[in-house]
Design a protein around this ligand. Structure first.
Ligand SMILES: Cc1ncc(COP(=O)(O)O)c(C=O)c1O
Length: 397
């Protein structure tokens, strides 16, 4: 009889709680301990060597591996259905280490115009300095993206839904196009989370997360992670162990603790975001609402196919433009005005101070990111309270 408690037979709700912890528990602890030890000691050189050569489980030095950090990596990889994972000090460390591992001078990468601002900076400012050609397509034009991929590339980089305009990319279609061109396909799953979407099951080779957001869920720890096949993840791990952007054990502990409620939080945030998006669509002060769960979303059909829920972030534009945004945001009582998202508290902000703070107004315009947008990351508060707060704040629009 198949083992009902084997990770492959457990649901995401159970894996969020139990996944990956067993190996790192010690001395009867029921929670993964924070192991603050820079290095791990061995009385005999032979045993030490076995661990150093990877022939026996164990740890050598916390820049490479650490028990608390390992538990976090295992939990995420089980949720993403991946054989391997490695973690980082932040989401941007995960993304940049992944790209610098996969790409070499002379290579080409295909992605889209409105990825998260930090990722876009990597594309525009850093990769070209290493003679890596970057082709950024219109995010919504799948024919254009496919044609760019077919011209040949080493990496296809996807983000879906995108930050902050909530565009949706067809991961299966673009992964297949990437594989026809011999490329490695990377997908940023930060907005969807593994509860709503599994890019590896849709054909991507690697999935990256800013764990700072929904995975941790409490806006108290930075972290990043990449999951995929053992060979690619080993290469990325090696780049990270040498370049050093390791996840701190305390941050790993906070992320593990946050992830215990991942499934519950995401269910609530999916539900609340959809209700708020629907309500905002009919509000007289609102010019447009962007949320993949809305029937009016241009790629709602793709979202419905590849997502189990539509996520906790929506964005909307006010008829009064950026001036109205500046009037409305200070009126909100149940929202942090901050450059984060995915937390238990509702968090709001315009792209100029959040996702695309590193970009100039002209750069945001070129990426199709409207200045008058409000990104609204729904927390786990009572939906009636959130709507009452928004409703009152919108009176000053
Ligand atoms: C979609 C997405 N990817 C990556 C990042 C970068 O993550 P971090 O801030 O943890 O470096 C962010 C941050 O906002 C993001 O929204």
């Amino acid at each position: 009889m198949p083992d009902p408690t084997s990770p492959k037979n457990l649901s995401a709700a159970t894996l969020s709680v139990w996944g990956g912890e067993e190996e790192s528990l010690m001395q009867g602890a029921t929670q993964v301990p924070v192991v603050y030890s820079a290095a791990f000691g061995y009385p005999y050189v032979d045993a030490w060597l076995e661990v150093a050569l990877g022939r026996r489980p164990g740890h050598i030095y916390s820049r490479n591996t650490n028990p608390t950090v390992r538990a976090f990596e295992t939990k995420v990889r089980l949720l993403e259905g991946a054989p391997a994972a490695t973690s980082f000090a932040s989401g941007m460390a995960a993304i940049s280490d992944t790209l610098f591992t996969l790409l070499s001078p002379g290579d080409r990468i295909v992605s889209v115009k409105d990825t998260y601002g930090g990722t876009n900076k990597l594309f525009q400012e850093f990769l070209p300095r290493f003679n890596i050609r970057v082709d950024l397509c219109d995010t919504t034009d799948h024919d254009e993206i496919e044609a760019a991929i077919a011209r040949g590339c080493r990496v296809v980089y996807l983000e879906s839904p995108t930050n902050p305009t909530l565009k949706v990319m067809d991961i299966s279609r673009l992964a297949a196009a990437g594989h026809r061109a011999g490329a490695t396909v990377v997908a940023d799953n930060t907005f969807a989370t593994p509860i709503n979407q599994n890019p590896l099951a849709l054909g991507a080779d690697l999935v990256v997360h800013s764990a700072t957001k929904f995975l941790g869920g409490h806006a108290d720890a930075l972290g990043g992670v990449v999951c995929g096949d053992a060979e690619r993840v080993q290469r990325i791990y090696h780049f990270r162990e040498i370049t050093g952007a390791a996840l701190d054990p305390m941050a790993a502990f906070l992320l593990i603790r946050g992830m215990k409620t991942l499934h519950l939080r995401i269910q609530q945030q999916n539900e609340s975001a959809l209700s708020i998006a629907r309500w905002l669509e009919g509000h007289p002060a609102v010019a447009a609402v962007f949320y993949p769960g809305l029937e009016s979303h241009p790629h709602h059909d793709i979202a419905r196919r590849q997502m189990r829920g539509y996520g906790g972030v929506l964005s909307f534009m006010l008829k009064g433009g950026f001036e109205a945004v500046k009037r409305v945001l200070p009126e909100l009582r149940l929202a942090r005005r901050a450059a984060n998202l995915g937390s238990v508290e509702t968090v709001v902000g315009p792209p100029a101070t959040t996702s695309h703070v590193e970009c100039s107004a002209a750069e945001r315009e070129a990426m199709g990111i409207p200045e008058g947008l409000i990104r609204y990351s729904v927390g786990i508060e009572d939906i009636r309270d959130l709507m009452a707060d928004l409703s009152r704040a919108l009176e000053s629009a």
